[in-house]
Design a protein around this ligand. Structure first.
Ligand SMILES: Cc1cc2nc3c(=O)[nH]c(=O)nc-3n(C[C@H](O)[C@H](O)[C@H](O)COP(=O)(O)OP(=O)(O)OC[C@H]3O[C@@H](n4cnc5c(N)ncnc54)[C@H](O)[C@@H]3O)c2cc1C
Length: 303
């Protein structure tokens, strides 16, 4: 493995593609959990992502895209492969009328600020979701009645071979925290968003209301990956967990949040295994108490 990674590094150097070796993944996710990855490639263009995918495939090294890491749980042993970081170094955008075309690495907050600046309405829901545009597309992220599905016009991606694929909103087949691109394992590199002309003051007021609701309800003072579980049909995961008597329950450094039982928080140097065990405890108890199977929303990344 080491030899193959070394070969890839040699070529990345030649191609002037930016990378880092042996980075601790705990620094690249909001949970603050995760060991070292073999290689972290910092995406600055679609071409650089495509070249990395092709190289990784050629040398038989696995890879995955990472945005802000706000919906992932990395392994304590890290990741044996290449993490393609689609983040702030790939975050340019262009506004034309009510359309914003942006690179996948832009943060949702920055994009919401751009929309506000141009008095464009419809993206307020996403302003405090702590992810990137690419991660939000894959997850069909949503809040307060809004979701990516409502604002996306076109998504430009790379398939598993590194070839460009362009999908319309319909082709993305968005559903609750899911998308066609997620199922196919594509990497998003650019997105066309269609908003409506609005009133700047109203847009700003909406942002403030949503921001306050979040601060009131979510344990933002502690590291987490947001909602641990998807909302089961007809229920709320947090309510089921609370009614199962699990509020505040701890395993190692991982704890069911006191403030929002839908969140697992990292109280003190939680290990990945602590979170995984706590997830199993919750799933078992909720199944016993209510006959409901909770599915994780956060992505558990194996070594
Ligand atoms: C405090 C807190 C609050 C949250 N609130 C919400 C909320 O209200 N609503 C909500 O929906 N989510 C919420 N989340 C979860 C998370 O922020 C969203 O799912 C977000 O869209 C993930 O974006 P990311 O860039 O962090 O993705 P990451 O966590 O980096 O990645 C998530 C998945 O997407 C993939 N991915 C990332 N970037 C790309 C790309 N460019 N192309 C292809 N695949 C990619 C990764 O491989 C991984 O499988 C919250 C999280 C936290 C910590």
């Amino acid at each position: 493995m080491e030899e193959r990674v070394d070969q890839i590094i040699r070529i990345l150097k030649e191609k002037k593609i930016k990378y880092r070796e042996d980075e601790k993944l705990s620094s690249y996710c909001t949970f603050g959990i995760g060991g070292e990855c073999d290689l972290l490639v910092i995406a600055r263009s679609a071409n650089c992502i495509s070249q990395t995918i092709k190289l990784a495939n050629k040398y038989g090294v696995k890879w995955m895209a990472l945005g802000k890491g706000s919906n992932v749980l990395f392994d304590d042993n890290g990741y044996r492969g290449i993490i393609i970081l689609v983040g702030e170094e790939f975050s340019n955008y262009k506004v034309e009328g009510t359309t914003i075309t942006a690179s996948a690495g832009i943060s949702l907050r920055d994009l919401a600020d751009v929309a506000l600046e141009h008095s464009l309405e419809g993206f307020e829901f996403a302003g405090d979701i702590p992810g990137t545009l690419g991660g939000a597309i894959i997850m069909n992220a949503g809040a307060y009645g809004g979701e990516m599905k409502h604002v996306v016009k076109e998504v430009r991606m790379l398939d598993k071979e590194g070839n460009t694929v362009v999908y319309t909103n319909d082709e993305m087949d968005f559903s609750y925290r899911d998308s066609n691109a997620q199922r196919k394992g594509y990497i998003v590199f650019e997105v066309v968003i269609e908003l409506k002309k609005g009133n700047k003051k109203d847009i700003s007021d909406n942002r403030i209301v949503f921001n306050q609701r979040r601060a009131d309800k979510q344990p933002l003072e502690l590291p987490s990956a947001g909602s641990t579980f998807k909302r089961p049909e007809g229920y709320y995961a947090g309510k089921l967990i609370q009614d199962s008597g699990l509020r505040g329950v701890k395993f190692g450094g991982a704890q069911v949040s006191d403030k929002h039982t839908g969140f697992i928080v990292n109280t003190a140097n939680a290990k990945s295994s602590d979170v995984k065990t706590l997830i199993k405890i919750i799933q078992k108890r909720v199944l016993e108490e209510f006959g409901v199977e909770l599915q994780t929303e956060l992505k558990i990344i194996e070594e």
